[in-house]
Design a binder for this molecule. Structure first.
Ligand code: HCB
Length: 221
């Protein structure tokens, strides 16, 4: 019975069907299934499948976005039940995420946030066009492990350097790690500005984030 439900959960993520994912999450709660088990044995299997297909070039961006959204819906539906039961997933770390000031591209940054949340990070997504001061302030407020900064324009990627420098100036590094990304960003740029991690996609960002908090695992997510 549960096995069938777990399979359907994985399939709802593969189909990018947020409504179905929500329905199945509610069904699991009604049946008294441990929400954590539903996430790990059901929904995560689906998101792992889509992530691997994307990495192999067999799935495309819209499928990844839809899977991410469906996953987000499922986790959001199950989270109150987890809190009620007093069970919570191991939080791998806290990530403050933002697209830098002057830049309004948010698709990739949001996708990174969704995947990080799905993997067990607590994500504080500040949105787009975020000033350096606000990013640093939030990192301090929540005692962040990682600051993830996205920039899609060659004119705004320089702000990533400003974030690294601001954290340095305040003595918050090396405890707070900086992960950079965005279309014009490269690992060379990461090294040049003294950031700690770079990923060209959301699946890779999860691996990088895990490594930065000392919780790396083999395989996607
Ligand atoms: Co925009 N735009 N755009 N744009 N835009 C780009 C980025 C260009 C490369 C297009 C081009 O010319 N070839 C170009 C930048 C050129 C440059 O500077 N080198 C460009 C330009 C010029 C502009 C405007 C200036 C156009 C204008 O108004 N004249 C303007 C700038 C507005 C501004 O920000 N101030 C603009 C506007 C727009 C929109 C609003 C129409 C729209 C954004 C909608 C939105 O985000 N809500 C848009 C879009 C969609 C793009 C393209 C086509 C796609 C970006 C995208 O969403 N990619 C983009 C061309 C391109 O990049 N191929 C084009 C898909 C996501 C999933 O990939 O790279 O963002 P991603 O994120 C990845 C990855 O980088 C990594 O993981 C993500 C997930 O896989 N990652 C991180 C990202 N952030 C990370 C952070 C981490 O810590 C770790 C990993």
């Amino acid at each position: 019975m549960s096995e069938e439900l777990f399979k359907a959960m994985a399939q709802s993520i593969i189909d990018g069907d947020a409504e179905e994912a929500e329905r199945l999450a509610k069904q699991a709660i009604a049946l008294g299934i441990d929400p954590l088990e539903a996430i790990n044995k059901g929904f995560v299997q689906g998101v792992n499948h889509v992530g691997n297909e994307f990495a192999c070039g067999n799935a495309y961006l819209p499928e990844l976005v839809m899977a991410g959204e469906a996953m987000k819906t499922a986790v959001a539906t199950l989270e109150p039940e987890m809190a009620r039961r007093g069970t919570s997933r191991e939080v791998l770390g806290k990530v403050v995420l933002a697209t830098v000031q002057g830049d309004i591209h948010d698709i990739g940054k949001t996708l990174v946030g969704t995947m990080l949340s799905a993997a067990g990070f607590q994500v504080f997504d500040l949105g787009v066009d975020v000033p350096v001061e606000r990013i640093v302030e939030k990192a301090r407020e929540v005692d962040a492990d990682i600051v993830g900064v996205s920039a899609l324009l060659t004119t705004t990627m320089v702000r990533q350097r400003d974030v690294v420098e601001a954290l340095d100036d305040l003595g918050m590094r090396p405890r707070v790690k900086v992960m950079v990304g965005g279309a014009p960003v490269t690992s060379e740029w990461m090294r040049e500005i003294g950031a700690d991690g770079y990923s060209e996609d959301a699946i890779g960002a999860v691996q990088v984030a895990r490594t930065l908090v000392g919780k790396a695992v083999g395989g996607a997510l």
